[in-house]
Design a protein around this ligand. Structure first.
Ligand code: MN
Length: 491
């Protein structure tokens, strides 16, 4: 990549060089190599200048004489804000350290990430870039530290990259870490993948040619390429399928990138006219994107020489977003930056990334010293989400396992507090019924209803729980007299 540093960026490099003067990395290189590598990663992700500058300076406050005040004076408030966030989040090189300011007792990494996220989502992006470079150079650390950092990356950072739909990053983080966490298994699976790819190479070339010819005939513009499955995702998939290689259908995949959505479906048609589609293996993530916003059309086919191949069709935009995720949306939205957005309080996030807003709210609560149920929080953050609808068609996203009361409290505390029943997809149902993807949920309320402590058992999300607890604690005014139970709900 050609270096074209602005004056501000150049100034930041000079400041970092001066600050880190004489410091060495564990690799033996001058320390400045690390912040400059982080800078380069952030540039590749297409991040804005403030983020890049903060990336260059991210270790200075922690490790050098440079202060936040200095940074604020030289580079402005926004950069200082970001550097502060990264500093609080962790010491980057040796894993994480507690953020004493907020929660001295916790060793919970999710929590620390959230606090940082609450400040500015770009803090996390800098942190991810930092972590990526540290992993790339992990071999310089002693084995016990290698394992610790790698494990933490697999548990925290790779899933986060996934939730941000930063596909390329997720793969690199996961594979780099897995190599340290379980070196033998890594090598075993890697050679398995290599062997398989080698044996499939010739027939894949042929399939590629056949598809290309057919697509040209249909006058569809396309790019086609093979995608290699990552070692870690194969490892996880094998674990899910009892180590049965026969059930892994996407070891070989071909990716077709086209101009628009219509062409995605046309391409699907072309492929199905060439090969036999496997039943139940068509996944339309265009009509129904994954929770992290990932979009693509997948199908698995059996070719003429009995090979099982997965095809993935997507537009250029979808591809860009699948690879770079949140970073891509920063990049594309830069024109319409608002002040809020600049501060990381993003307003034009795709609906599927709204969980970030949720995260920021929780972080704010934590900073105010309010209690948060960590177990529930983790669950909510990383469990799969479902999308359900109000009768008017508003989309509400909830974690898998959510119950009608979670839905009601999500709409409004007032609604939650007065629930007498629920209709799911037009039919009377009950408060113990788990909501499913796509359900239309109608909450029935009555002014006479009051919240019950027994409802706590019919609640799944921490948000709904805390809303209910709050009402129960302050007591419900009208509940000083036990209301007549004339509209006791039948479910
Ligand atoms: Mn660092």
């Amino acid at each position: 990549m050609k270096e074209q540093n602005s004056e501000r960026v150049q100034k930041a490099i000079e400041a970092a060089k001066k600050a880190h003067e004489g410091q060495l990395r564990k690799t033996g290189e001058p320390y400045i190599v690390h912040p400059l590598a982080v800078k380069k990663i952030l540039e590749e992700w297409g991040m804005d200048e403030d983020t890049i500058i903060a990336g260059i300076l991210h270790d200075t406050v922690e490790d050098t004489k440079l202060t936040l005040e200095d940074i604020k004076k030289e580079f402005g408030e926004s950069v200082a804000f970001l550097v502060d966030g990264v500093t609080k989040l962790s010491t980057a090189r040796n894993g994480m350290r507690d953020i004493d300011t907020y929660l001295p007792a916790t060793k919970d990494n999710f929590l620390r990430l959230m606090i940082a996220l609450g400040d500015d989502i770009r803090v996390l992006i800098i942190k991810l870039a930092d972590r990526l470079h540290n992993l790339r150079t992990l071999s310089a650390l002693p084995p016990d530290k290698q394992k610790k950092i790698a494990k933490e990356t697999l548990e925290v950072f790779a899933p986060l990259a996934d939730r941000l739909n930063m596909g390329r990053l997720r793969v690199e983080l996961a594979d780099l870490s897995f190599k340290y966490v379980d070196p033998r298994r890594f090598e075993e699976l890697k050679s398995l993948i290599d062997k398989y790819n080698k044996s499939a190479e010739k027939s894949l070339k042929k399939i590629e040619e056949e598809v290309s010819m057919a697509l040209k005939k249909e006058k569809i513009h396309f790019e086609i390429s093979g995608r290699v499955k990552s070692v870690y995702s194969l490892h996880k998939k094998l674990a899910k399928h009892n180590q049965n290689m026969g059930e892994i259908y996407d070891l070989t995949a071909l990716r077709v990138i086209v101009d628009d959505i219509t062409d995605c479906y046309l391409t699907l048609g072309v492929i199905h006219s060439l090969y036999t589609p496997m039943g139940g293996r068509i996944k339309d993530y265009i009509a129904k994107p994954k929770q992290n916003g990932y979009q693509s059309l997948h199908t698995t086919v059996i070719t003429k020489d009995k090979r099982i191949v997965e095809f993935q069709m997507r537009t250029h935009e979808m591809h860009e977003y699948a690879e770079r995720g949140l970073a891509a949306s920063f990049y594309y939205n830069e024109q319409k930056l608002t002040e809020n957005y600049k501060k990381g309080k993003i307003e034009h996030l795709p609906t599927n990334l709204l969980w970030i807003t949720e995260l920021q709210t929780t972080a704010a609560r934590l900073r105010e010293g309010k209690r948060v149920d960590l177990k529930k929080l983790k669950l909510n953050l990383f469990a799969d989400k479902i999308f359900v609808y109000t009768p008017k068609g508003d989309i509400i996203d909830l974690p898998k396992g959510a119950l009608p009361l979670d839905f009601a409290y999500r709409l409004h505390s007032e609604i939650g507090d007065h629930v007498v029943g629920v209709k799911i997809n037009g039919k009377m149902s009950n408060l113990n019924k788990k909501l499913e993807q796509g359900d239309i949920v109608e909450i029935l309320t009555s002014k006479n209803q009051t919240p019950k402590s027994s409802w706590l058992e019919k609640i799944f999300t921490s948000q709904a729980r805390s809303k209910l607890l709050r009402t129960l604690r302050i007591g419900y005014k009208s509940s000083s007299i036990e209301p007549k139970k004339k509209r006791k709900s039948r479910h």
